[in-house]
Design a protein around this ligand. Structure first.
Ligand code: GUN
Length: 294
């Protein structure tokens, strides 16, 4: 089957471009959105993401502040920083890059962020608002997947979407977003995970299969229905002694084989990634707008 390639780059550029007018309106009211990104420790992937988020802000002329803290930072010191950012009038969005070192309670940190500055939408207040269908912000990656489906005219209404993975960052919010009423929603959603019975059989029922398990090449061709839409959200490092860095990034989907069965497929890398950043920028602009129109 000839497949359609879904690449997030163009849609991400459109999302970002659409922010320009809103930024101009904000600046006319003496407000420039500011995003504070906090990273604790030296997880190399986290530092890559944090750099990308900072650069995206700067490209839009928004204020970007990155706080790089050592892995020995105490929970109290991190909470003090969050308190200061909550009180900082120049900062409209606060994001604490996960994972945090094991001695820091992740939930406690997330819950310290002012929900109106919680541009990751990880605070239980925002998770709750998402679930009832009245969100302040939507989490960037699943919101980006939804936007990607909409902009490629991929109907979700009445379709069976199987979400592989149940993380708080992707799987659970993805399911919640797709089951809501309205455009990009109205789907019948199954969340499949490591304890699901007959996972390949569940995946084969999917009209739209969204993989977010964090296991390289987990989704094989025999797990995909002919003509399905496949979205790979996984980003995994695998050893690659032949490459300069000694590793390469691969997704959760065995792309070369799965693409032969899919009607449309979004690879990783090269798919959802730029959408995550674009949606984060959109959330930060919204957070700034909310301070003017509370
Ligand atoms: N770690 C992996 N994805 C994310 C994300 O979207 N936001 C934050 N803060 N940490 C992450």
């Amino acid at each position: 089957m000839s497949h359609r390639l879904i690449n997030g780059r163009d849609v991400a550029a459109q999302v970002t471009e659409a922010l320009e007018d809103r930024l101009q309106a904000l600046r006319a009211q003496d407000t420039n959105p500011g995003l504070a990104v906090v990273v604790v420790g030296d997880d190399p992937a986290s530092h890559v993401y944090v750099r990308m988020k900072g650069k995206a802000c700067e490209r839009l002329g928004m204020l970007s502040r990155t706080h790089i803290l050592p892995s020995t930072t105490s929970e109290d010191d991190l909470l003090d920083l969050i308190d200061a950012l909550n009180a900082d009038g120049e900062i409209h969005g606060i994001l604490c890059q996960l994972p945090l070192p094991p001695h820091i309670n992740e939930r406690k940190v997330i819950e310290r962020i002012d929900p109106r500055k919680d541009v990751d939408a990880f605070h239980p207040y925002n998770v709750g608002r998402m679930l009832i269908g009245d969100p302040l912000f939507l989490p960037a990656t699943p919101a980006g997947v939804q936007r990607l489906l909409i902009s490629h005219d991929i109907e979700t209404r009445g379709k069976h979407v199987v979400v592989l993975g149940r993380s708080n960052i992707v799987g659970k919010p993805m399911a919640s977003i797709l089951m809501q009423k309205g455009e990009g929603g109205d789907a019948t959603v199954t969340v499949a995970h490591s304890r699901s019975t007959d996972l390949p059989g569940l995946c084969r029922q999917a009209d739209i299969l969204i993989a977010a398990v964090g296991i390289p090449f987990f989704v094989k061709a025999d797990m995909v229905k002919e003509g399905a839409v496949v979205i790979d959200v996984g980003t995994n490092r695998v050893d690659d002694p032949g490459s300069e860095k000694g590793y390469r990034l691969v997704g959760d989907v065995d792309f070369d084989n799965v693409k032969e069965k899919a009607a449309a497929i979004s690879p990783s890398p090269g798919g959802v990634g730029p959408m995550t950043i674009a949606m984060l920028m959109e959330n930060t602009v919204k957070a700034a707008e909310m301070t003017l129109r509370p």
